[in-house]
Every structure is written in C-alpha cells, then in structure tokens.
Design a protein around this ligand. Sequence first.
Ligand code: NAD
Length: 298
Amino acid sequence: SKTPVGFVGLGNMGNPMAKNLLKHGYPVVAFDVFPEACKDFQDSGAQIMDSPADVAEKADRIITMLPSSANAIEVYTGSNGILKKVKKGSLLIDSSTIDPAVSKELAKAVEKMGAVFMDAPVSGGVGAARSGNLTFMVGGVEQEFDAAKELLSCMGANVVYCGAVGTGQAAKICNNMLLAISMIGTSETMNLGIRLGLDPKLLAKILNMSSGRCWSSDTYNPVPGVMEGVPSANNYQGGFGTTLMAKDLGLAQDSATNTKSPTPLGSLAHQIYRVMCAKGYAQKDFSSVFQFLREDEN
Ligand code: NAD
C-alpha cells in the first residue's frame, strides 16, 4: 500500500488537489490554520494534524499550497514548521505561487536538513484543480522530477520540468504578467469598440479571427453577454481573484527589479490591479477590469 502524503494548505485549490491524491489511493495527512478548512477535509477521509511539523513526522512526501511567500516561510521554517521534524530524504513540493527568490531560500534551508525541495506552482484554477487537469511548472534538481511527477500527475494533466529551483515560479509569474496585460488590453479594446457603436459579440468575433486574438478575448472574454460559463457572465464571481492577480503582478515586479528587466506594461498592470483592490474589486474575478474601466460611464 502507498505511504502517506502530507498536505499543508487546504484552501480553494489545496482542498480539491488533496482530494485527488485520496482518489488515487494515497493516504493524506494534512494541516491548515483555518479549522473550517480542516473539518471539510477530515470528512473526506484524511487525517488532520496539529502543525506542519507533525505532518512532516508522519509523511516523507509533502505538498504545500499556501497564499503567499510569508505563509510559505512560516510553514517551512516557523517554530512549528515542516523543518522542525522533516525526515532525511523527504521530498517537499511547494505549489503556492510565491517569489522565486523565496523558493531558492527555502530550498537551501531544506537541503541543510538533508531533504529535497521543489517549486511546482500551478495554472488552471479551481475547476482544473477539481478535475485533476492542472498544469504544474516544476523547478528543482532534475533527478528528483520523476518522484515529484508521480504525485503531481494525480492532480494535473501537464507536469512540466522547467529547470533549477525557482524556475517553476518564474514560468508562472511570467504567464500571469502576460495574462494581466492581455486582459486589460482586451477590456479597454472592447470598451472602445462598444463606444464606437460596435456590438460587443460581433467585435469579439472579429478580434478572434484577427491578429488581436488572445485567451482573454476568445476563452475568457471580460464583457458580460459575449460568452457563457465565464465569470463575466456571472457578475465576475468565482474564477481568479483580483487580489491574487495583484499579488502575482507584485512578484513579477520584484523579479523585474532583481533582474533589471524593463517591464513597463507589467508595472502599469500591477498598479491597475492594486487600485482595483482598493476600490471594491478585491473579491471579484480579475476580468472585472472591464467593469472598472467603465465606471466613469455617463
Ligand atoms: P486560499 O486562500 O483559498 O487557500 C490557502 C489556504 O492556506 C487557506 O485555507 C489558509 O487557511 C491556508 N494557510 C495560510 N497560512 C497557513 C499556515 N501558516 N499554515 C497552514 N495553512 C495556512 O488560496 P488558493 O486559491 O487555494 O491559492 C493558493 C495558491 O495557489 C496561491 O499562491 C495562488 O496564487 C495560487 N493559485 C490560485 C489559483 C486560483 O484560481 N485560486 C490558480 C492558480 C494558482
């Protein structure tokens, strides 16, 4: 029978991901600081522990799925963190989207304890987490990739090796910076066309057969009424929150500063999403930037 897998962070993404491990026959030992998150997960047959350290005592393969860099630092290196009780040779996989520089720091601390760290952030959202169709972007020592893939392929359709530790995060934040830029671009373009008298559905159709086409225009159009089954059709509920997008754009800006890379549009996108968070859009899907741009409508 399979040995237990640890899971820390049972939120919107972590809960369905860990459930897919259970479905594939892995016993799961888990922890979350939020008691409600533990309760729901316990009901599905997992064992709940009192701390990340206790998870590390029970499992020598652990996946973490936390909001931000600060939470990841706490869970790995805190006073009740994984590293307090990690066993030599353990495989620790962080699937949170965090600063690649922090991933590298965590990898060093983990290595000191004789264990292995990999960053494996995901793309795909809650729906893909439920259906086991996430894409994992994996950074770390290549010889360990197969061991990571064994677990990650229970939760994802694509598991891609990116290079040294931190490169999974690099791929993820590059993707999300481009996504934010293209979503803002699609939104302001659609708004301009509407004000020029074009029907939004027709404009979207023309863009999608022309060179302006992108994922934000053809799969996740931000204009209500253009597509069904997307957050714009549901008052921008569900999907990928504006707060999380603002966080990822902040990570992209930190990385741009560290590497002296010019990212003028990424910088502007970061500012736009931060202002949206302050103006009541924090809980809405990030495609609500279309609604935000139309606030001045009169
Ligand atoms: P979430 O806020 O729903 O869940 C995070 C969980 O971590 C919460 O249950 C929280 O209680 C727990 N947590 C926080 N600090 C903790 C600690 N110190 N110890 C134990 N548990 C702790 O977030 P989410 O939507 O599941 O996202 C997780 C990560 O995945 C984020 O980095 C996010 O950017 C990324 N991501 C999210 C999506 C999405 O669509 N939601 C898509 C791709 C990537």
